[in-house]
Design a protein around this ligand. Structure first.
Ligand SMILES: [Zn+2]
Length: 465
């Protein structure tokens, strides 16, 4: 690839994989990191694009191990192009695209379609996730080797649990042979059925059915035992309960090849958000009680949680029943008990919230509260997800792919969904005061997002590369 050389000068380079955290300059040449040298030591090549990174963090590009890009199938919610632009605006250089599209990504044709659309987008990289079972129906195993050959880098039926143990064990055996991870959405639907919110005070107050912690942790217990038996690399998606975390800690001590992720909303909000944000605070697994949020924060701080993943789940207002439910919810005050028809509407509203453009701002709250330091943030949002997805990313070491994110750790901003590059606006964090955001995103040595040039900078970058 021939791109303009880039010299990133004056920033704080944070690259835990290279044990670097300090004042360095970075030279990017032909899509690769050519050199990382002490500040002032690099000579810029003729014609280089000089990026002034004073006051900024220069980190390996953020990697999201869990996003729903809705393409093929749901262009009113998101497309691969809009999703990858939202990713780049959020500081992500690579995004794992879950398989619950229409058609489902259970065939090499769909994987190739996704990669082609991503290639045309000239933005963040798309990392395909193949389904575990055909059409996510839980019955028939996918041809994992064929999917891996087409470019899939993980397997998941996310959105749906894999109920059948025999099917799951077969998938784990294949995953072990291919050395690719299986990401599991853990839900025992016999226990969660009809549950729209965490089982507890908020669900009772609104008059909607609850979804118990057990629905998640019972399935986590089963699958960790299967993982230990099979030796497969198993990843537990969007962990939301204290019990699940205890089980994961135990399995790790026993030597299971298990990793887990938490979403920003599960550490930054609790079940009470539903009182104000209604369907925009409804997701699966649900926002949990304060005690679970405290357990999640502890597990982030002590390393039991390996990574932060967005579970970016864009939905249009119609799918979220926004019109029907708007009369009952107001961000300024708690809702009263819902009339029966509104409770039914709430339960039927689509699950999930957008995350690509909110994740970094919410993660920076963990740093501001000294729960984690900046290097650990980079591990959780770049190095560890890159390792999970088996992709070349997660480090700024000389010779590696030039996927780089520049973060202003001090800039204060208000989250305004109207400014999202995502096609969807479903978030309970509208109006939240944030500190820290992505300023520039470089993918394969090309600047694909540059906030300092304004949002139109994306178009410019795409045209000039
Ligand atoms: Zn899920």
């Amino acid at each position: 690839m021939n791109t303009t050389p880039i010299v990133i000068q004056g920033g704080r380079v944070i690259d835990p994989a290279s044990a670097i955290d300090g004042d360095f300059d970075v030279l990017v040449l032909d899509g690769e990191i050519e050199a990382v040298e002490r500040r002032g030591q690099l000579t810029a090549p003729d014609g280089a694009d000089i990026v002034d990174a004073r006051g900024l963090w220069v980190v390996p590009g953020l990697v999201d191990a869990h996003a729903h890009l809705r393409d093929p199938g749901f262009p009113e919610k998101e497309t691969i192009a809009s999703g990858l632009r939202a990713a780049a605006a959020g500081g992500f250089t690579a995004v794992a695209a879950m398989a619950n599209t229409d058609p489902v990504n259970d065939s090499p044709e769909i994987t190739r379609y996704m990669l082609e659309r991503a290639n045309e987008a000239h933005s963040a990289r798309l990392i395909p996730v193949a389904a575990v079972t055909r059409n996510l129906a839980g019955a028939e195993n996918v041809d994992y080797a064929a999917m891996a050959a087409a470019g899939a880098r993980m397997f998941s039926d996310d959105g749906m649990p894999v109920d059948n143990e025999v099917v799951l064990v077969r998938a784990m055996d294949a995953a072990r042979q291919l050395n690719l991870a299986i990401s599991l959405h853990e839900e025992d639907r016999a226990l969660s059925s009809g549950g729209a919110l965490n089982e507890g005070a908020v669900a009772r107050h609104l008059g909607v059915k609850g979804y118990s912690n057990d629905a998640e942790s019972r399935r986590v217990r089963r699958d960790l035992a299967l993982a230990l038996g099979s030796g497969a690399p198993v990843h537990i998606a969007h962990v939301s309960t204290r019990d699940s975390l205890e089980l994961i800690r135990h399995a790790k001590r026993q030597g299971a090849r298990v990793t887990c992720e938490v979403t920003p909303h599960h550490f930054a909000a609790d079940e009470s958000a539903a009182l104000r944000w209604g369907p925009n605070a409804k997701m699966n697994p649900p926002l949990r009680a304060c005690d679970d949020v405290a357990a999640i924060r502890d597990a982030i701080a002590d390393g039991a949680i390996d990574m932060i993943a967005t579970d970016h789940a864009p939905h249009d207002p119609h799918s979220k029943h926004i019109d029907e439910l708007a009369p009952y919810f107001d961000p300024a005050r708690d809702a009263a008990k819902l009339p029966t028809d509104a409770a039914v509407s709430f339960c039927g509203a689509a699950n999930g919230i957008v995350g690509l453009e909110t994740a970094l701002g919410l993660a920076m709250e963990l740093v501001a509260k000294s729960l984690i330091g900046a290097p650990r943030l980079v591990e959780m949002m770049s190095l560890n997800p890159a390792a999970l997805l088996r992709i070349e990313a997660g480090t700024l070491a000389a010779g590696s792919r030039a996927d780089i994110t520049l973060i202003d750790p001090n800039v204060k901003w208000l989250l305004e969904p109207a400014r999202f590059l995502s096609k969807s606006r479903n978030t309970p964090f509208a109006g939240r005061a944030m500190t820290g955001r992505a300023i520039m995103t470089i993918v394969g040595g090309a600047i694909v997002y540059d906030r300092r040039r304004g949002v139109d900078g994306i178009e410019e970058a795409a045209l000039t590369r």
